[in-house]
Design a protein around this ligand. Structure first.
Ligand SMILES: [Cu+2]
Length: 195
């Protein structure tokens, strides 16, 4: 390889690294426990749906995990691992203050699963009409840039390209909070949500 070719290759590598190395990290305050943080819809950008199906299990009379985040377009497999029949339904999908229709997937026995494709961003509160105490959540993120916080509210979203975004924090039972964030490399963004 001659010197000018090597220089071009190195420049391309450096630019590629610079374009993919950004992140958003910080803390969600105002609530305790796990929250979800995601980059809101980016005008003119869509993302291919993942081919993998995350599994939400109904086990021990609970939705496991209790809180799930998926990219819009993802198909979720709902599994029943209990000895009793369970149902899965959500009364609506909340898109900000907009209420989109919900869905009832029916009731099915041990060991079976039913798929559902979440093709609209928003939040679905999962319920089981056999066991009223069961509750879970699916946050359908419009972008692949999302994370769940740890118990103290800290989060980090990796591989965010530089740019200007609206970052949203969601927490069970609280109002969602949105904040404009300019990402340039590793960027900090703290958010506050309130009940
Ligand atoms: Cu149930």
């Amino acid at each position: 390889m001659n010197r000018s070719v090597a220089l071009v290759v190195m420049t391309i590598l450096a630019l590629t690294l610079a374009a993919t190395a950004g992140s958003i990290s910080g803390r969600v305050s105002g609530v305790t426990g796990e929250s979800v943080v995601y980059v809101d819809t980016i005008a003119g950008k869509t993302f291919p749906a993942p081919t993998e199906h995350p599994v939400i299990d109904q086990k021990g009379l609970m939705f496991q995990p209790h809180i799930n985040v998926v990219l819009v377009g993802t198909t979720v497999d709902f599994l029943n691992s209990d000895k009793v029949a369970h149902n899965v339904f959500w009364p609506s999908v909340m898109q900000g203050s907009k209420k989109l229709p919900g869905k009832n997937l029916g009731t099915w026995p041990t060991g079976e699963k039913r798929p559902f494709k979440f093709d609209q961003p928003g939040v679905a509160a999962l319920l089981c009409n056999v066991h009223p105490e069961m509750a879970g959540y699916i946050v359908v993120s419009p972008t692949p840039y999302y994370a769940t916080t740890d118990k103290s509210g800290s989060y980090k979203i990796e591989n965010v390209p530089d740019g200007q975004y609206n970052v949203v924090a969601w927490h069970e039972g609280a109002k969602t909070s949105t904040k404009p964030v300019t990402v340039a490399g590793d960027t900090k963004a703290d958010l506050t949500v309130s009940k």
